[in-house]
Design a protein around this ligand. Structure first.
Ligand code: GLY
Length: 389
């Protein structure tokens, strides 16, 4: 039997950030994952987009996203300083464009909504959009430039977080959690691994992404309301476009409404171009389908006609941990000893710094910082007295 201050179940970038920040506060931390650094981040494009991801009714999530975005430059600088590893962070901004008249009307409304919230966003004509991104199709009708929505490379970020955890003294156990351990049916005291080892901990942090509602050990009606939302993506290799002046195929994140469908493209400094993403309620299925890839490439080519000339590197599918209100589950649960750091849905990469800080603060001081307080699982899960009645 092993005992520790904090046991983090799940080693995607959220679990790793929680483990790192907790170890920095002097806690003894064990992290449980068969392949740390390769969660949903392995598929994610890595847009850091609190403004251009904003949906109606998600203002509290916007504030959390902005807080995390503001921390990103320092977060990755500290990671690189500690590990020597680059994270691919680029302060490139995001252009969101519309293809036809209906798409333009939709984007215009979103732009007005952003402005009412006091966000920095600039309306551009189609010509102005093409001046910024000359490979855009001539039909693009207009768009918004959001200078503060950037990008990071989630795969590089995962590798850097594994390395920084190792250096910070986190015990990385490359095993899967089989169940949560409970003392009296309600207090969580650790987890059991697949080979039967019991790992005891003062606090257990559930950071298992889409699987966070699946882990046995709690009464089924008390599990966290997390479900998988499938996203397929395509990775391409950009070439420099040769003309009077060589120029990049795409300079900044590009989002688009294309005849009512939503896509995005994230161009990295190393030439990789990520095109995403489908939103599918298919349970834990991660099959890449011909239809999913077809729709992404079809809409991508309408937007950037040169796209289908690019070499295809990879197609894959990941699972976003969705919640009923699209916002994460952060902090104490109804179960003494069990802390949530999950349910980040479309914003896991963006919310990594703020989640690491908030959960580490909670573990070390017993108090959740103000920006994370609206996101406790209490908004969905019954209290212990309710479900034991
Ligand atoms: N944040 C982009 C996505 O989830 O597809």
């Amino acid at each position: 039997m092993t005992s520790t201050d904090a046991l983090v179940v799940g080693g995607g970038i959220i679990g790793l950030a929680v483990a790192w920040r907790s170890a920095q506060r002097g806690l003894r931390v064990t992290l449980l994952d068969p392949d740390p650094g390769r969660g949903a981040n392995h598929v994610a494009a890595g847009m850091l987009a609190p403004v251009t991801e904003l949906q109606y009714g998600e203002e509290p999530l916007l504030r959390l996203g902005i807080a995390s975005n503001e921390r990103y430059a320092d977060f990755v600088a500290e990671l690189t300083e500690a590990t020597g590893l680059d994270t691919g962070y680029r302060r490139c901004g995001t252009l969101a464009v519309a293809l036809d008249a209906d798409d333009r009307a939709e984007l215009r409304e979103v732009h007005e909504f952003q402005r009412r919230l006091g966000l920095t966003t600039q309306w551009l004509t189609g010509r102005e959009c093409r001046r910024l991104e000359p490979m855009l199709a001539p039909d693009v009708r207009g768009g918004t430039l959001v200078a503060g929505d950037h990008q990071v490379d989630p795969r590089r970020l995962g590798r850097a977080l594994v390395e920084v955890c190792r250096r910070a003294g986190v015990t990385l156990r490359r095993e899967r959690a089989a169940e949560l351990l409970s003392e009296d049916g309600v207090s969580v005291v650790g987890a059991r691994t697949e080979d039967g080892t019991a790992l005891h901990a003062e606090r257990t942090v559930l950071a298992a992404g889409s699987w966070s509602g699946e882990l046995p050990g709690l009464p089924p009606e008390a599990r966290l309301p997390v479900r998988p939302v499938k996203g397929q993506v395509v990775r391409l290799r950009m070439a420099t476009v040769h003309g009077p002046l060589p120029m990049p195929f795409l300079s900044r994140n590009l989002r688009a409404v294309v005849r009512g469908c939503h896509i995005y493209l994230v161009p990295r400094a190393d030439g990789e171009l990520v095109l995403g993403a489908t939103m599918e309620e298919q349970g834990f299925d991660t099959t890449v389908t011909a239809g999913g890839v077809y729709e992404l490439l079809r809409d991508g080519r309408e937007l950037l006609p040169g796209l289908t000339e690019l070499p295809l590197l990879e197609t894959n599918a990941g699972l976003r941990p969705g919640t009923p209100d699209n916002a994460p589950l952060l902090g104490p649960t109804a179960f003494p000893g069990l802390v949530a750091a999950t349910g980040h849905h479309r914003n896991g990469v963006l919310l990594t710094p703020v989640t690491g800080d908030a959960i580490a603060a909670f573990l070390a001081e017993g108090r959740l910082p103000a920006e994370a307080a609206p996101f406790t699982p209490a908004r969905f899960t019954p209290t212990i007295s309710e479900f034991t009645r």
